[in-house]
Structure formats: C-alpha cells, structure tokens
Design a binder for this molecule. Structure first.
Ligand SMILES: NC(=O)c1ccc[n+]([C@@H]2O[C@H](COP(=O)([O-])OP(=O)(O)OC[C@H]3O[C@@H](n4cnc5c(N)ncnc54)[C@H](O)[C@@H]3O)[C@@H](O)[C@H]2O)c1
Ligand SMILES: O=C(O)[C@H](O)COP(=O)(O)O
Length: 613
C-alpha cells in the first residue's frame, strides 16, 4: 500500500509559493566563493553528471565578483541579431568573427570569457581544452545544442545556455511554407521557368484543404504547425506520447497512436526531438505502413529519418514527395541522392532564419549570457550548476535514485495519456529545514522529461521546464521514525490521472506509484503500485505481474539465461500467497523482443514491461 502520510511538512501550496529555484545565492557564502586565478568574472561552476563516484573530484566553488574587473570578451562566431549585439556590447568587448575555421576558433578561444554560436559552429572538447579554463559560458542562439559537447563543457566548468522559445513560430511557419511549396511544386516550377520552360501540365499539384496532416511531436513547434494547418482547412491528427490530450483538443487536433498517425495521414510533419528513441524512427518498416503517396515534411532534425530508406520510399512511390530543412549530416554531400531527388524540396536548415526570430533569439541569448557572466542562474541553462560538496555527497545516492524513479515512472505511462500531475513523497526523520529537496525534485523532473524530449534538465531549469510542459510537481514530506543522520528513508513518485502500460504499477487511487530507497549507498526500487519489491536500480528492469505460484522465478530466469541475459537481482512482491504477485528482475543486458515475448507467453504471466534506466 502507498504510505499514508502521518505528518506533512510541506504542502503542494507551500511549494508553489516558494521562490523559483535558486540553489545558492549568486553572491554566495564565503565557503562557496573564490576568485579564479584565470578570470575574475563571477560564474557558477558546473557539472552535468551526478555520478557519486566522481563527486569528490569535482570543483564546487562559486566565483565572487569584484568591482575592479576589466570587461569580459565575448566571441560571436555566427551571425547574431543587432539587438542582441547591443546588449552584449553594453557589458563586454564583443568579437564578431563569423565563419571562423576550427583552427582559428581554437586559437581565439583562450582570449574569450563567453562564446555565442548557432548550429554551424562545432563546440567540441578541443574547444574547451584550448580555452584553458577562461571560457565560462557558451550561448546557443537557438534550441538544438547537438553541436556543443555538453559533457566537455561541464567538465570544464562552463555553463551552456540556449534560447529555446524565440524561434518556435519561425520553425512552424517554415514547416507550413515547405508543405505548401511541396504540394504545389513551387521550387521545381520556378527552376523550370528560369530554365526557359513553361510546363503547366507537369507541375499540377495537390490541395491541402480537407487533407489529413499528422503532426509527429506536439511540443512548441508541432502545436504551432497544427494551429496553422487548421486554418488551412486540414484535418489535423497528432502523435506525441507525452503531450496532454486537452492541449491538442484545444487546438482541434486529435492525439492518436504512432501507427494510426502514419497510416492515415496524407501529410506527415515531423516535430519531435532527436533522441535514442526517435533516431531513424522513419525507416523501411514505418514507411511501409504509410498511405501510398504520402508527403513528408521535416523541420526537426535529419536524424529522425533513415535517409536511405526515404530515398527507397520515394523511388517506389510510397512517399510521393518530401520537403526537408534538416539532414543527418549538415551540409549534406553535394551528390546526396535525397537532395538531388526530383520529388524532394530542400532548404539549408532555414527553420529559424527569419529576421524576427533571429532578433528574438539574439536578445534571449545575449541576456542569458550577460546574466551568467554576472553570476546569475539562467533559466535556460542546459547543464547543471554545482552544489556544495557536502550537500552533494550526502544526497548523491538519493539524487541518482530520484532520477531513476522519474525515468521508471515515465516509462510506465501508456502512450497518449499525457502526464500532468506529479506528486513526490519524501519520507524522512529530518527536520524539514535540514533537508533541501530541490535537487531531488529537479532530478525527478529530469528523469521524467529527458527520455521524452530534447530538453536538458538540471537544478536551474527543472521548475521552468516542468512549467513549460504543463507538469505540476507537488511535494509532500512524511515523518519517519528513524535517525536524522540519514537524510531520507524513501522517495515515492506518483503520476496522477494517467493510464499505465503495466496495470500492476497503478495503485488504488488510480495513479502510477514507484518508490525507492537507498541501501548501502545503492538505489533500490522498493514499491511498484501496491506491490513491495526490492531490486537494485543498477541495470535495466523487467516487471512481470503474475499469479503467485511455485516455479515462476525459475521459468523466467531460464528464459533469460538461455538468451544470455544476466540477471542481477530478482524480487517478488505479492498481495497474498497464490494471489497476485509482481516479479522485479534486474538485468545487465537488454533482452531481445523474442526473449521478452517468451516471458509474456509463460502461462501465469499476466503482463510485463521492460524498463531502461
Ligand atoms: N529547422 C529548424 O531550424 C528548427 C527550429 C526550431 C526547432 N527545431 C527542432 O524542432 C524539434 C521540436 O522543437 P520544439 O522546440 O517544438 O521541442 P519541444 O521539446 O517543445 O517538443 C518536442 C515534442 O516531441 C515530443 N516527443 C518526444 N518523443 C517523441 C516521440 N517518440 N514521438 C512523438 N513525439 C515525441 C515531446 O513530448 C515534445 O512534446 C526539435 O528537434 C528542434 O531541434 C528545428
Ligand atoms: O535548433 C534550432 O534552434 C534550429 O535548428 C535553428 O538552428 P540555427 O540557429 O542554426 O538556425
């Protein structure tokens, strides 16, 4: 059963009344302050990984500002809007050196305190190494940070900030522009006329009105595309496993499954992030499920499409036309079959390239970079701020536990049901004032959001990200009769008003519940729905719900063993002998689909789910 709170220290209301997260004051206590020998400007020193093993070796200090500092230098390596440059110039020496070679960038970077880029500059580990510790902020004037080595940035104590909202409308408008231009053969007809031809019959197009558009990824850009497509008289459906259905309904779009979206649409517009799950999600198999003659628009990221498979689908007529702004490798090779294909319309990653968006992005990024150089915590930071070593080392295993519980919980949600309410219950013997849960809440948000988006969540941007995605996170504290030396007894994550792909994870109250504890420094899963289990959260996990009976552990263990999947832990929780039970199995390797199918075929197994940690 879920824990019945004996005493709540902190209500959801109290939480929302708190100021937005500022883990430490910008001008911090003396124990947290220092002035860098290499640079005098204040900046939070950062790290991304919260691997407890590495904590003691990581820097934790926060720089202090002094009044007698020289101006910082900001290198802007790609074209930035004038309004943003003005903000920068009022504060720093600004070096606008567009189109630097990588060699020139490496030579110039040790002279810079901040670097501002778009998608065309590769901010690699070598760049951070060449900076020799002076570079303290990288500003990405746009959304995607695929071109910035975040791990290297963090290791070098460099904050990375981006501008996630100012180009949303521009990207949506470009998607609509590409769809209309493709449907009416605008680019090909233009090229033909300029070649002296007048081919009225060749370039007969198709209409948009009354056609079904599937918007894949109903986030910032996708929902703006949907809104505009409705205005064009299209029937809009959308697929996004994590978007709330009421947001889609408000725009007049219906959320459907992936297969329904791709098999019923006349036009498919891609707006999901590039993640391990979405990489090449449009491939031979999925093209094969589409309506013959479908048209595809991609202004998201090239990597979500298997480009060779798209060429095959265009050649065999499955896909009538494609309009692409983004490519797996940018720029693509000049002889790329995809770019050269007569049924493909291409633009060179122009989604964000409007005057208005670039001015907006420039201001957004300039303010974030100046703020960061002033030691303020940026709401759009994409790598984590440092926390004091003593706090981090005490909470480290709980930080890992919190992220893993978030990851587990989100993977238990059935596609399409959307997550809105998240309740976190901390059971602790500590006085509330002695336990700051903000880092734990941030890590739960990270665990929930990162597997399903392109957003990087950390202590700085967690509440901001949750709010943007319509996630309401409330916290409750439950008094525990233990030693206050131990910061926490357990953490529970409740996802309310969702359906689960694993019914056993639903507690009586109709919510998904997972609970974990730290045992000997290792995070453990200790509750799923109303079933107590005990499995270390070190590998991946299979959950099976079954009728409790002898021999189940052996049967499932044999299937895994004969597929060479190593079992690290196994634990069974049951309501009563010979009644319902849940088996939690920790596995070192990811079982194949066939192996999982065999587990599902064991007669007493009622349902199972594989969860990646
Ligand atoms: N071409 C350009 O110049 C340009 C400009 C802006 C953004 N972008 C790209 O567009 C994409 C969307 O940007 P955004 O700002 O709307 O991001 P966002 O995070 O607001 O939205 C992404 C949405 O995709 C959903 N999603 C995650 N996994 C999914 C899956 N497997 N299937 C379907 N949906 C899934 C998420 O739930 C989220 O709602 C990103 O890839 C971004 O880099 C490109
Ligand atoms: O991620 C983004 O913001 C877009 O892809 C735009 O990239 P750009 O700034 O290089 O145009």
């Amino acid at each position: 059963m879920a824990i019945a709170p004996s005493k709540c220290f902190l209500s959801s209301k109290a939480l929302t009344d708190r100021p937005s997260i500022l883990p430490f004051p910008a001008k911090s206590p003396s124990s947290l302050s220092f002035t860098s020998s290499r640079s005098n400007f204040p900046i939070q020193t950062l790290r991304k990984s919260l691997d407890p093993a590495k904590i003691s070796t990581l820097p934790v200090e926060i720089h202090a500002a002094t009044s007698s500092e020289a101006k910082p230098t900001i290198l802007v390596s790609e074209k930035l809007g004038e309004a943003g440059l003005e903000v920068l110039r009022s504060f720093a020496d600004v070096d606008c050196s567009y189109s630097l070679s990588q060699e020139d960038l490496l030579a110039r970077i040790p002279l810079c305190d901040a670097l501002i880029v778009r998608s065309g500059t590769q901010v690699t580990r070598e760049v951070f190494e060449a900076a020799k510790g002076r570079l303290r902020v990288v500003g990405r004037a746009g959304v995607g940070i695929d071109n910035v080595d975040l791990q290297a940035a963090t290791e070098h104590g460099c904050l990375v900030v981006n501008a996630p909202t100012a180009n949303t409308v521009a990207a949506a408008e470009h998607g609509i522009a590409l769809m209309a231009a493709m449907a009416r053969n605008v680019a090909a007809a233009d090229a033909s006329m300029k070649a002296g031809k007048w081919q009225r019959n060749k370039y007969v197009g198709v209409s948009l009105v009354g056609k079904t558009l599937a918007v894949m990824g109903f986030g910032k850009v996708g929902s703006e595309v949907a809104r505009r497509a409705k205005g064009l008289g299209m029937h809009v459906i959308a697929h996004d496993p994590y978007a709330p259905s009421d947001r889609a309904r408000a725009i007049g779009a219906e959320l459907v499954s992936f297969d329904e979206a791709i098999s019923t649409a006349d036009f498919i517009s891609l707006h999901m992030p590039l993640t391990p799950t979405t990489s090449k999600v449009f491939n031979d198999e999925t093209f094969g499920k589409m309506k013959k003659g479908v048209r595809i628009i991609n202004v998201a990221r090239g990597g979500v499409i298997d480009e060779d498979a798209l060429v095959r689908a265009l050649d065999n007529g499955t896909v009538a036309q494609a309009a692409l702004d983004v490519f797996t490798v940018e720029p693509p090779s000049k002889d790329s079959k995809l770019v050269q294909h007569e049924n493909v319309t291409v633009t060179p990653h122009l989604g964000a390239s409007t005057k208005e968006a670039q001015e907006g992005v420039a201001i957004e990024i300039a303010e974030a970079v100046v703020g960061a150089l002033n030691g303020e915590l940026a709401a759009t930071a994409v790598n984590a701020p440092m926390v004091p070593a003593e706090v981090l080392s005490e909470l480290a295993p709980y930080v890992v536990l919190a992220e893993k519980l978030g990851r587990l919980a989100v993977q238990l949600v059935a596609g399409g049901s959307g997550i809105k309410g998240v309740k976190v219950v901390y059971s602790s013997a500590r006085d509330p004032d002695d336990l700051d849960t903000r880092i734990l809440r941030a890590m739960i948000t990270k665990g929930i959001v990162e597997p399903i988006s392109s957003v990087f969540v950390n202590l700085v941007n967690a509440d901001y990200t949750a709010k943007q995605r319509g996630l309401r996170i409330s916290e409750e504290r439950v008094s525990h009769d233990g030693s206050p030396e131990v910061p926490l007894d357990s953490i529970q994550v409740h996802l309310g008003n969702v359906e689960s792909k694993f019914a056993g994870a639903m507690a009586d109250a109709g919510e998904i519940i997972v609970e974990g504890r730290v045992k000997d420094g290792i995070p453990h899963l200790t509750l799923v729905g109303s079933f107590s289990v005990d499995v270390s959260l070190e590998g991946n996990i299979i959950l099976c719900r079954q009728v409790d009976q002898p021999g189940m552990i052996g049967k499932v263990g044999n299937i895994l063993g004969s597929s060479n999947v190593n079992v690290s832990f196994m634990s069974v929780g049951r309501t009563a002998a010979r009644k319902q039970a849940i088996m939690a199995i920790g596995v070192d390797e990811e079982p194949t689909k066939e192996t999982l199918k065999k587990i599902g075929e064991v007669p007493a197994v009622e349902e199972f789910v594989f969860l990646k940690l």
